[in-house]
Ligand binder design. Structure first.
Ligand code: KMT
Ligand code: NI
Length: 173
């Protein structure tokens, strides 16, 4: 797992887009994202239990794994959005990039994830996801309660979403 500022240069979203400006795990924590690089399943279970997670699913993002809905999903994941619940992503195989907005929502922090990496994505943070050039990821998605993982694409109405407001309060401190 590695984090850096996205270069914002036009081109294939699957390329690294590494600006060369490193982002530390402390900086990730400052936006409410919790990185757990290279952990085993028993640690995943411990984190899930500790945080009261009750639901999960597994997703295979690849053309072979998704068929007809692949292109649509890929586009949806890469649209800037938020979720109304905290979610855990644990990478079992493959690779990808989670882009999370830094404070002030101007630049993207790109988090490169690989097998055994776990990332906690807080409710209310604007983010997006893309595969890398390997075009494949197998991830476990964990949800605290009933999956509320509907993505809410960024708009004026998500700016005033109560979960968004709460998130902004939390990262202010
Ligand atoms: C998200 O919240 O954007 C996702 O879950 C992306 C797919 S998980 C590898
Ligand atoms: Ni999302």
């Amino acid at each position: 797992m590695k984090a850096y500022i996205y270069d914002d240069i036009e081109g294939d979203q699957r390329l690294p887009h590494d600006s060369g400006e490193e982002v530390t795990f402390d900086q990730l924590k400052a936006i409410g994202a919790l990185p757990y690089p290279a952990i085993e399943l028993d640690q995943v279970e411990a984190i899930a239990k500790d945080r009261g997670y009750k639901n999960r699913d597994e997703i295979n993002v690849s053309k072979a794994g998704m068929g007809d809905i692949y292109e649509e999903k890929i586009k949806g994941f890469f649209r800037e959005h938020l979720h109304e619940d905290e979610e855990i992503r644990y990478i079992k195989d493959g690779r990808g990039y989670f882009d999370l907005r830094e404070k002030g929502d101007k630049r993207w922090i790109r988090v490169a994830v690989e097998p055994k990496d776990l990332l906690i994505v807080p409710a209310g943070v604007y983010h997006r996801f893309t595969l890398d050039e390997g075009n494949f990821i197998h991830a476990m998605r964990l949800f605290q309660d009933e999956p509320k993982w509907v993505p809410h694409d960024r708009s004026e109405s998500t700016d005033s979403n109560p979960f968004r407001q709460k998130y902004l309060e939390q990262i202010k401190a």
